[in-house]
Design a protein around this ligand. Structure first.
Ligand code: IMP
Length: 423
């Protein structure tokens, strides 16, 4: 394996954890480049299930280097909880590093996330409530606090007092809630920082060293292309760039060192939170997919909305990420359906759209145009060879390959580590 990026090709929750776990086996360094603990990656190893939110999935391999890059926003409480969970289960954190210039999610970010969603009411985004949006807002508005600012007590206090001057104005005057005290936050955060501190470093140096030594680096994406603040279904998106471009800004690793971009797509589509979803099935078929595919959020437990596979979404993901191959997950969930529909374009105000529209009113009101394909009834769970798949399943995959223009190289046939086809 060369240096590769893995991104979600849809609205997140494509099953990236499992594919990352697979690809991390051959990599030397695994890096998270964006998002925060809004993400939830499930990795199943034997009879053990790991739910990771911040730490790269490569942590499950003792000898690998795992890095959280500067593009990630870090909630120290969530990070410490995850670190302790891993250590209690015998996973070593000796090779785990965090960028010193990553921004920190503060208590006021979580508060503002909830208050702003409440204010929006019906028009809410449906965020995970983890303070992600407000933390990125402060980063861009140049009033954020970075991990490096928290390492020295005096400096942390100064930064926090400055920040609270503005944040408390917002809390009191805009939202009418009690202001926060720097002392209270310091007391809580100092404990976390003391645990995290030894992992905090200039991770660009580590990455550069790894590159020069010819080590293989794997960039693990969170969320998905359609949640990207630029290329997603704005404003129903997250506040970062989970697309491939986010790797360079989110880790300090230059584009010339990257050899390929893998897009992970589920064999159907899901979404959590609000926002347009043209192929959504608000019927028994949607309920069937949700139950059979266990489509409930890892981070918030919310039921995921389910729908048919959408080709224009994949074409969009291929373009904006420069995808070189696809990993198609959860194909086994489709077993037993008499026929499958695949969206090939949309109808909007009498016109046919063959590309994914990025304007929200169009997306809310367009009607998908479907190609109908035959289903299969053979139990494919656990198949590891492409040739074992029923003809209808192969036709489904080959149709996706033809329309997207890139090969489907990995196919998920069940939740376990070994239930996978690699072509
Ligand atoms: P935020 O990232 O918490 O601000 O949420 C913004 C939108 O992104 C909401 O629709 C969330 O449900 C969605 N979202 C954020 N992270 C994930 C993820 O890891 N998987 C799926 N959806 C996510």
């Amino acid at each position: 394996m060369a240096n590769k990026i893995l991104v979600g090709a849809q609205w997140g929750d494509e099953g990236k954890g499992k594919i990352t776990d697979l690809l991390a086996r051959t990599a030397d360094v695994i890096v998270r480049f964006g998002g925060g603990n809004n993400a939830g990656h499930t990795v199943i190893v034997g009879d053990q299930k790991f739910e990771l939110h911040l730490i790269p999935s490569g942590i499950l391999y003792a000898e690998k280097i795992n890095i959280i890059g500067n593009g990630v926003v870090i909630d120290p409480a969530a990070l410490v909880k995850e670190m302790q969970m891993l250590e209690e289960r015998g996973i070593s954190l000796d090779n785990f590093f965090i960028s010193e210039i990553a921004h920190v999610i503060m208590p006021y970010h979580r508060l503002l996330d909830k208050l702003e969603e409440e204010r929006k009411g019906e028009g809410k985004i449906g965020t995970t409530g983890k303070g992600i949006g407000p933390a990125y807002t402060d980063k861009v508005a140049r009033r954020g606090i970075r991990l490096i600012d928290t390492l020295d007590k005096e400096r942390f206090y100064r930064r926090l007092t400055d920040a609270l001057e503005y944040q408390n104005l917002l809390l009191e005057k805009v939202y009418g809630v009690e202001p926060l005290k720097a002392e209270d936050i310091m007391e809580e955060y100092r404990e976390y920082i003391d645990i995290i501190r030894k992992h905090v470093t200039d991770t660009t140096l580590l990455l550069d060293k790894a590159r020069r030594e010819g080590k293989e680096i794997f960039f693990e994406g969170a969320q998905g292309t359609l949640l990207d603040v630029d290329y997603g279904t704005y404003p129903y998106v997250t506040s970062s760039n989970p697309t491939a471009g986010g790797v360079c800004t989110g880790t300090g690793f230059g584009p010339a060192g990257i050899d390929g971009v893998i897009g992970v797509a589920k064999a159907y589509v899901t979404r959590v939170g609000e926002g347009p979803f043209p192929t959504e099935l608000k019927n028994e078929t949607g309920d069937y997919l949700r139950e059979k595919g266990h489509e409930y959020g890892v981070t918030t437990g919310r039921p995921r909305r389910c729908g048919w596979f959408d080709i224009p979404i994949i074409k969009h993901a291929v373009r904006v990420n420069g995808l070189t191959e696809l990993a198609l997950t959860k194909l086994d969930v489709l077993t037993g359906m008499e026929e499958l529909k695949v969206c090939v374009g949309y109808k909007y105000q009498g016109e046919y759209l063959s590309e994914f529209p990025l304007e929200q009113e169009t997306l809310f009101n367009c009607e998908p145009v479907y190609e109908t394909m035959a289903g299969w009834s053979e139990d494919i769970s656990g198949y590891t060879e492409y040739e074992q798949l029923p003809q209808a399943a192969r036709a489904y995959i080959e149709y996706i390959e033809k329309e997207s223009g890139i090969p489907v190289k990995i196919i998920g046939t069940g939740p376990e580590r070994e239930q996978i086809i690699i072509r």
